[in-house]
Design a protein around this ligand. Structure first.
Ligand SMILES: [Zn+2]
Ligand SMILES: [Zn+2]
Length: 362
């Protein structure tokens, strides 16, 4: 997965740990309820990408979900694909099956729950996929991202690779200027905002961001992001590391490891300046380990910081992107329909895309 775009590293929880009504829903054939006769103008079934098990998916007709009292039914216009969907494909993290994936949802309000205020049919919106219980040890301490029952729409609950999806209304945010495609970048941006909150970097610091190579590096170069962009040779990175040490003998105030490679995470600490911070921002195999000298962390007073997904960062992400302060034009490089989902996964795995979006139809 690309770093920060909803990496889910929690242990899968058992149903006994669930304590919030919405998270007890799992996607089975009897999960979706049908609309009543008053909505007879709308079809009762929808097209959806359906995983029965890891790596086993098809496109099928399933019942359209019904918005609960506090929910909105969204007609999906677009849904981003990111590295997390690759992990979902493999059944990793907190993925539960059967599942309709898709967690970077952009849509239009189609139906409004009885208790919902502030939305009208037709509002263009994005939605925060995180679902927290509000009741556990961490939620009660105001640390909702660390929720013991953290779940994700499109990860463990029915998501946006479908014609319709429901969200709790308090997780839905209006957009005005972004195109549907561009709006798929709100969720990744929200995760990046959380990363910055975690880092809390002072103005004017030197930062090293280590990311996977590919077309994203080319775009970063075109946009003039950073002073220097280096593509590490995966087979033989040592000469490049050595050069970096020579060029930056005092290292960096902040080093962000976003490749998901434990080997690079181990190496990355050698580029943290005294008093600096190392941020772990990739997705790693659960069995992966790093080997850092504690003496260096002690003597150099290095902070090691994790950053996982986000909660409550959507308002700022929408403000940044919808106002154009963060420019995302041109970042959607590929659009597929649900029917071509395998092609979307292949394209993502080729590292030949900046951002991929999936639409229910052409
Ligand atoms: Zn994502
Ligand atoms: Zn909780």
């Amino acid at each position: 997965m690309s770093a920060g775009t909803f990496p889910l590293t929690r242990k899968p929880h058992t149903s006994s740990s669930l304590c919030y009504p919405i998270i007890q829903i799992s996607l089975s054939q009897d999960h979706y309820k049908y609309f009543d006769k008053t909505m007879s103008d709308r079809p009762k079934t929808m097209k959806a990408l359906y995983y029965g098990a890891p790596r086993q998916f098809d496109v099928r007709e399933v019942p359209i979900p019904q918005a609960g009292d506090n929910e909105l039914l969204l007609k999906v216009t677009c849904c981003g694909v990111c590295g997390t969907d690759g992990h979902v494909h493999e059944g990793e993290f907190i993925t539960t099956f059967p599942l309709i994936p898709g967690h970077e949802v952009v849509g239009v309000v189609e139906e409004i729950g009885n208790e919902v205020k502030g939305f009208v049919k037709g509002d263009r919106v994005v939605a925060d996929p995180g679902v927290t219980c509000g009741k556990c040890f961490y939620c009660r301490r105001g640390k909702s991202l660390l929720c013991e029952s953290f779940l994700g729409i499109g990860i463990s609950l029915p998501g946006g690779f479908a014609e319709y999806v429901t969200f709790n209304a308090h997780k839905v945010y209006k957009i005005h200027n972004l195109t549907d495609e561009e709006a798929t970048l709100v969720e990744p941006a929200a995760c990046a905002i959380h990363g910055l909150d975690q880092l809390n970097p002072p103005v004017g610091i030197d930062a090293l961001i280590i990311a996977n190579k590919g077309i994203k590096t080319e775009m970063a170069r075109e946009l003039g992001v950073g002073d220097e962009l280096l593509e590490l040779d995966r087979e033989n990175p040592e000469p490049q590391w050595e050069q970096l040490k020579k060029d930056y003998p005092y290292g960096f105030d902040v080093v962000v490891e976003a490749t998901g490679s434990a080997k690079i995470a181990t190496e990355a600490i050698n580029y943290v300046r005294r008093g600096g911070s190392l941020m772990i921002y990739g997705v790693y195999d659960n069995a992966a380990e790093v080997h850092w000298p504690p003496s260096k962390i002690f003597l150099d007073e290095i902070r090691i910081i994790g950053s996982f997904a986000q909660t409550h960062c959507f308002p700022r992400a929408v403000a940044y992107l919808d106002s154009g302060k963060i420019k995302v034009k041109g970042m959607i490089t590929d659009i597929f329909t649900i029917d071509d989902y395998q092609k979307a996964l292949d394209k993502m795995n080729s590292r030949g895309a900046v951002k991929i979006a999936v639409k229910p139809f052409k």
